[in-house]
Design a protein around this ligand. Sequence first.
Ligand code: C2E
Ligand code: MG
Ligand code: MG
Ligand code: MG
Length: 275
Amino acid sequence: KSKEHGKNALHIFTPQMNEKIKRRIQLEEKLHKALENEEFRIFFQPKINIKSGRIEGAEALIRWQNDQGDLVSPGEFISIAEETGLIISIGEWVLEKVCSQVRLWRQQGIDIHVAINLSPRQFRDKELVKKIHRVVSSNGIPADCIALEITEGVVMDDEENAISLLRRFKEIGIRLSMDDFGTGYSSLYYLKQFPIDELKIDRSFVMGIPDKQDSKAITTAIISLAKSLRLETVAEGVETEEQLEFLKRLNCDMVQGYLFSPPIPAEEFTNLVKK
Ligand code: C2E
Ligand code: MG
Ligand code: MG
Ligand code: MG
């Protein structure tokens, strides 16, 4: 950020800053090793059809099982992976894992679609469509078993380019989902142009149900907007029966959250579906 202080700014490194930089570099090295040593795990959180109560899909969420055996959440490492570019390799690993899990589930008669989160850097990867197409085909699974979750910021940054990229995903049959909707700066004009299939209502709004009037108003507005654009709606972070009831009344299509299940390993997910 030194640019903001003009060309001749002095760079002053305080001992605290040194510590911070050191820790970042160490973390970066650890992430490289984590990838090599297969220390990442994928957890799956069920997406439930609100009407039928059935599990129709899952969101794949990465965790890092470090050398102490602790699970590190993506909030602690995705942004660094993004800044260093390592997210491209991590993303490819996630894609491979998810597609092979979908293949295994289909062999067991479990037919669900799984959503993968994409960060901005991955979205700018010129090879992305080809890579996804290749991994989906080599696993012999239908492309519409895979959904990509992208955030508003990623597509609103360069709308025209985003439209053509999203169209290419649709051409190969991939489902598209707008994540954390309502927290970014969506132009409603573009939202209509994007060939997306679903809107995910951000947890921050769901959290405010039933106590906060504005959260309820925003949730209501998002669902009504989605309906008029013929998009499916998914509410994330549903934790209580009251929230579920409220969303049911609004005809929200799908729900996801701790009320049903936290993200869980694949084997547990299999048992949950079979129940
Ligand atoms: P997200 O895509 O918005 O994922 C939803 C987050 O909400 C997940 O956090 C999930 O565990 C959490 N969550 C779900 N239900 C509830 C609930 O009822 N209550 C509460 N308090 N939380 C709930 P998580 O797994 O820590 O992931 C955080 C973010 O990291 C994700 O946000 C996503 O942006 C990113 N991320 C996760 N996996 C990947 C990945 O494989 N690739 C990339 N690029 N990003 C990922
Ligand atoms: Mg997501
Ligand atoms: Mg989300
Ligand atoms: Mg979120």
